[in-house]
Design a protein around this ligand. Structure first.
Ligand SMILES: O=C(O)CCC(=O)C(=O)O
Ligand SMILES: [Fe+2]
Length: 177
C-alpha cells in the first residue's frame, strides 16, 4: 500500500543529503546543466515548461545499510528532476513511479500501466517530471549515492500559484474530468 504522497521537504525527510551542491538562478543559460539538459527537457517535458528551466536546486543523497535506506512516496518541488546514480555498489533502492498528478489529484490511485520502477546503477540517469509521483524501495545492501537536480522554471511559477497546480493537460484525472 502506498502512503499519502507528499511534497518532498528534505529538511524533515529522508534520505540523508550528503552535500548541497547549488541553489541558484541561472539567468545566463550558458552555465549550469541547462546547456546540455535543455534540448532534452524541451522535447520531453513541454507541458512542464521544460523549454524554460532557469533555476536549479542540486544535492547528493545517500542510502547505506547503517544509514537511511529508503524514501517515502512524494512529488518533487521541481518542474523536471534529473536523478543520476554516482555509485557505488548496492542492491535494492529502486526508484518506483506511480504516474504524474496535479496537486488536487495527488492522492489518486495509480493504474497498472503507471506502476513501474527504475533500477539505478553507477552512470545511469533518469529525467522525470517533478509531479511524477515516486519513492525509493528499501536498500538491501551496500551504499547508493545519487545526484539529484530539481530544475525549475520561473516562467512556470509566475503563471501558476503552485508548481503542480491544476487543472492541467498532463494529469490523467484532470483530462478525464
Ligand atoms: O534517491 C533517489 O533516487 C530519489 C531521491 C528523490 O526522489 C528526491 O530526492 O527527491
Ligand atoms: Fe524525489
Amino acid at each position: 500500500m502506498l502512503l499519502p504522497c507528499s511534497t518532498h521537504r528534505h529538511d524533515a525527510d529522508k534520505p540523508t543529503i550528503v552535500s548541497r551542491l547549488c541553489r541558484s538562478s541561472l539567468r545566463d543559460r550558458s552555465t549550469g546543466c541547462y546547456t546540455w539538459l535543455a534540448p532534452l527537457t524541451k522535447w520531453a517535458f513541454p507541458e512542464h515548461d521544460g523549454s524554460s528551466l532557469d533555476h536549479q536546486h542540486a544535492f547528493v543523497v545517500e542510502y547505506a545499510e547503517n544509514g537511511d535506506t529508503d524514501l517515502g512516496f512524494h512529488v518533487d518541488d521541481s518542474e523536471v528532476t534529473l536523478n543520476a546514480c554516482l555509485g557505488l555498489s548496492f542492491e535494492g533502492a529502486e526508484v518506483y513511479f506511480r504516474g504524474a498528478r496535479c496537486d488536487a489529484h495527488r492522492e489518486d490511485p495509480a493504474n497498472d500501466a503507471e506502476a513501474w520502477q527504475w533500477q539505478p546503477a553507477a552512470g545511469r540517469a533518469i529525467l522525470h517530471a517533478g509531479a511524477h509521483r515516486h519513492g525509493v524501495h528499501p536498500l538491501r545492501s551496500g551504499r547508493r549515492v545519487n545526484l539529484i537536480v530539481w530544475a525549475r522554471s520561473s516562467r512556470h511559477r509566475r503563471l501558476h500559484r503552485a508548481p503542480h497546480e491544476g487543472p492541467t493537460t498532463w494529469c490523467p484525472r484532470c483530462e478525464a474530468a
